[in-house]
Design a protein around this ligand. Sequence first.
Ligand code: SAH
Length: 410
Amino acid sequence: MPKPRALPAQHAEPSVKLSIRGVARLQGRHPWVYRSDITEEKNVPPGAVVRVLDPRGKFLGTALYSSSSQIAIRMISHGSVADLPALVAERIRAAIAYRKENDLVSNTDAYRIVFSEADFLPGLIVDRYNDVVSVQILTQAIDAAPVREAIVKALREDLQPAGILSGIVERVDGRIRELEQLPPRQSGLLWGEKTSTEFNMNGVRFHYDGLEGQKTGAFLDQRENYAAAARYAHGEALDAFCYQGGFALHLSLHPAARCSSVTGVDSSRPALEMAEKNAALNGRELEWIEANAFDLLREYSAANRRYDTIVLDPPAFAKTKRDLEKALGGYKELNLRAMKMLRPGGILVTCSCSFHVSSPEFLKVVAAAAQDAHKSLRIVEHRGAAKDHPILLNVPETSYLQCLILTVSN
Ligand code: SAH
């Protein structure tokens, strides 16, 4: 029998060594380590599964490596990983079970199945829209062909027996692929034949087209907030930044809502066209206005227009930390205008999906707006994303959405 030989150095398993600060981050249960905290790399190709070592060479766990991102590694296990595709499949099954066992997704056939780090699968997002499942791949390691195959297989095995799967669509974010130095790719079917469908949240119906729209098609993270907003909404309602009508349709159709009229505003015509189609799907006609919400609110408030319910759900104003001051200014202006236009007893539903705007900062800016509007407001509910978007404690990036529901007094 040939004698076992030591592997030549180039076949040694990929590994990275961390600085003390990098180790401290992992000990703090954050899965990311930045490139500046990697002190040594051995045999590490793009997208590698790497052994993570402390400065003395002690094994800390296994991570997914990116050769281009500032986030050089994302931890995937505190132990060894022999087979990444098998681990990914196991984590997908666990994510599905987590939602089922904790009853996180009642009253909907659209929800997030896998939320990246929050489901211990950094770089993978999977959403279900009734019988169409949308997959987003955000890192080099998850983009590897065997991992892709494992994702499709795991989703099929779990969802097909329940008879709820007609298509798995990949939604490609070209900018992210470029940042990750991955070859360009088109969005399209990974399995099955359907890319569009209809889904239902809280009894309200929506169209879904896997190959159109922003994000993965709809804002699933607002699902529970739609129903909460509907409980308090009444009278004349305005949904600024309405996109495809998520809040507006709930304010008009949800059995709890008591709105006499609902107007949706957005600057995107395709979003409004879809909103109109969604309303028709539910047998309703609402008013949709294509406008810059800042200008419209300014104009309406100058003209003394009044509402009983206003929803503000703007896009993330602070995409980076540098944008923070400007973002806070934007939130303040919108909230101030809305507060001025609300009748006593009115409801303000105000959201921020900027991770860089922390919860205390958002509260502060809304409070400053109230001061300038000379109004007293009470917080009826302070909410976050729907429960199928878990927040991983110690990973602030997983907690990005805030939704305040307030009542306005004079
Ligand atoms: N409330 C929506 C999601 C809103 S996303 C839902 O629950 O589905 C933010 C929306 O703001 C997008 O549709 C975008 O087109 C729109 N938008 C961005 N800037 C705008 C502006 N200045 N005025 C009006 N709409 C704007």
